[in-house]
Write a protein of this length. Sequence first.
Length: 154
Amino acid sequence: MGDNLDDLYRDIIMDHYKYPRGKKKLEKADVKNEGKNPVCGDEIEVSLKVNSGKVEDISVECIGCAISVASGSMLADAIRGKTIDEVKKIAANIKAVLIGEKAEEAVELGDLEALEGVNKFPVRVKCALLSWTTLIDGLEAWETGEGKNGSTTE
């Protein structure tokens, strides 16, 4: 990436860190999961209201580093209004981008592209992935009927 693109991505990440989207309490969530990254102390709670197979509302409450908070904020922006299948495709793309692999199915990532540079810093990849793994683990538990509350530790 060029310096201008790096600066743009840095600005996007800092905007999401300073003004996180989805940071609110969500009453009567259908999906709720907590995640922790014990290595750096990041903690997150992702809650979803699902209606007719779509994410109607989302809450992402994260305490942690700029990358972790920004990734959770971007997650909130990216999946609101999407179907569960679309959410899974976006999550798979983000995971691929973060670990330096090619995504199986192309998806428009928008601001999420700013996370691409994180794969240059392996210690930060888990920070960026925390919100996404917490989301997917929560969705899997909800879909299999294992309950709406869970916990993920990276």
